[in-house]
Design a protein around this ligand. Structure first.
Ligand SMILES: Nc1ncnc2c1ncn2[C@@H]1O[C@H](COP(=O)(O)OP(=O)(O)OP(=O)(O)O)[C@@H](O)[C@H]1O
Length: 461
């Protein structure tokens, strides 16, 4: 992409975004150039990189790829730190089938850390930074126990809970603890998607023996978001064998998912019962006290990073009461608040909080979740939830699926990759395609327009 092309995009954003948002988040970006399909931007701080990546990454990438299809990824380099945040995508809109063998899409901010042989561990995700409250005390205690690295008592440890409630945080905390106290242990931490990707690659390269050897040689296996392999038969089969081989050797397995084993549809029964055979614990939605505790802990951290800025207890109480969705949004709000106050050079007052977080506060007033949207849409079209999020591509399921994706984009603050994950682990380009399709259809097809409006009204009621 040339500087001129970036200039055009910037100008377009200047016209279409609110002046505040543009000045706070887009204007400070410096385009450094692109190479090998990666467009690189410099951002003043790592926080800003995180924020822009999470909130504007998809939008920027789609604008950039439209002008320059060879770009597949954006990297935000923080001027003050070596860490960078990435937004990846395929330049072409992939079909759903193709997306199965596509590289993992990184949706979270890139971890600021080094790595085991699986996913890199995020330095921020330790037991020290995990705030314990009623909703997560059992999951925390179980994670602590496993992290001691003593004899395996429950296998697997199955952690589940809604989006952004701390599953990945706890998994990484276990891995860090084991790594510090038992450096000889071979701990492999990866997402179910990465497991599948490696499996597909091993098949393709005829390296199944290496694959089996690698997975059978680990001492502790951690697999995040296991619901991803539901409906993917050969991956499930291989996962089952890996699982059994490790359990037979008394090696610890830790699994996370967004729902309980019995609720994971399209999962073979033998695997489901294997997943239930250890300790199953859930992370409940946060309560007010836990949210306040998390906000306190994070704001202390931010206050150290932004000398001179602090946030009053009353504002934290306000945020804990108002933002009830999930911890990621809560954190995002605080990050934005500090970054915004520091950029505009003002103290964090209630007025500034409300101005800077209008969109989050508005969305959280409605409290619509992806799950609710999916339920409402499935009920409306008289189809099963599993078909709505499942792999079948017949129109009876595909159209409601696209409508549900569209509503998720409209009514929640979730990013396209996050929405994709809730729809059976679909690629974010598939979600983007679905959203655009409904935008077009709403103009051409009165029935669809009416359905969408009806659903929106009932969700917002
Ligand atoms: N109890 C907690 N204390 C401190 N931070 C928390 C807590 N729970 C969640 N977080 C923070 O919230 C963010 C989201 O958590 P995490 O990524 O672990 O969620 P998740 O359950 O894995 O969600 P997903 O299903 O989207 O992967 C992280 O930045 C994490 O540090």
């Amino acid at each position: 992409m040339t500087q001129d092309q970036w200039g055009t995009i910037r100008e377009e954003l200047n016209q279409t975004m609110g002046a505040n948002s543009f000045q706070s988040w887009i204007e400070p970006l410096t385009y450094l150039g692109s190479e090998n399909g990666i467009a690189r931007f410099q951002v003043p701080t790592n926080f800003m990189g995180n924020y822009v990546s999470q909130n504007y990454g998809d939008m920027l990438l789609s604008k950039i790829t439209r002008l320059n299809p060879s770009i597949r990824r954006i990297v935000f380099d923080a001027a003050t730190s070596s860490a960078s945040n990435e937004n990846r995508a395929s330049a072409n809109t992939k079909t759903e089938a193709e997306s199965l063998s596509a590289p993992a899409v990184q949706t979270k901010a890139a971890p600021q850390s080094d790595s085991l042989s699986g996913s890199p561990l995020d330095k921020r995700f330790t037991f020290d930074t995990f705030v314990v409250g009623k909703p997560n005390e059992l999951a925390h205690a179980a994670a602590r126990r496993v992290a001691e690295g003593g004899p395996v008592t429950f296998n697997p440890l199955f952690l589940y809970g809604g989006v952004g409630l701390g599953k990945t945080h706890l998994m990484h905390a276990i891995a860090w603890e084991l790594r510090n106290n038992h450096p000889h242990l071979n701990v492999l931490n990866l997402s179910a998607e990465q497991f599948m990707y490696r499996f597909v690659q091993a098949l393709r390269d005829r390296k199944m023996m290496d694959f089996k050897e690698l997975f059978r040689s680990v001492d502790v296996l951690m697999v995040d978001d296991v619901q991803f392999i539901a409906g993917k038969d050969s991956t499930q089969e291989e996962f089952f064998h890996t699982f059994n081989a490790l359990v037979d050797q008394h090696k610890q397995i830790i699994i996370s998912a967004d729902r309980a084993p019995e609720e994971i549809k399209d999962m073979e029964n033998r695997i489901r019962s294997r997943l239930q055979s250890g300790l199953v614990v859930d992370l409940h939605p946060t309560d007010y006290e836990l949210r306040l505790g998390i906000l306190q802990s994070k704001s202390e951290m931010y206050a150290r990073m932004y000398p001179g800025l602090e946030v009053e207890h009353g504002i934290l109480e306000f945020l804990a009461a108002r933002i009830v969705s999930n911890v990621r949004i809560l954190e995002g709000a605080l990050t934005r608040l500090f970054a915004f106050a520091s950029l505009v050079g003002k103290p964090i007052s209630m007025d500034l909080t409300q101005e800077c977080l209008t969109d989050i506060l508005r969305v959280s007033e409605r409290k619509v979740s992806i799950e609710e949207i999916q339920r409402k849409v499935a009920d409306h079209y008289l189809i099963r939830h599993s078909d709505l999020v499942g792999p079948k591509r017949v129109r009876t399921f595909a159209r409601p699926r696209q409508i549900a994706m569209y509503l998720c984009k409209q009514l929640t603050t979730r990013s396209l990759p996050e929405i994709g994950r809730h729809f059976g682990g679909r690629d974010h380009t598939t979600v983007m395609h679905g959203v655009r399709r409904i935008e077009e259809l709403k103009k051409q097809d009165a029935q669809i327009a009416e359905d969408v409006e009806l659903l929106r009204r009932s969700l917002e009621a």
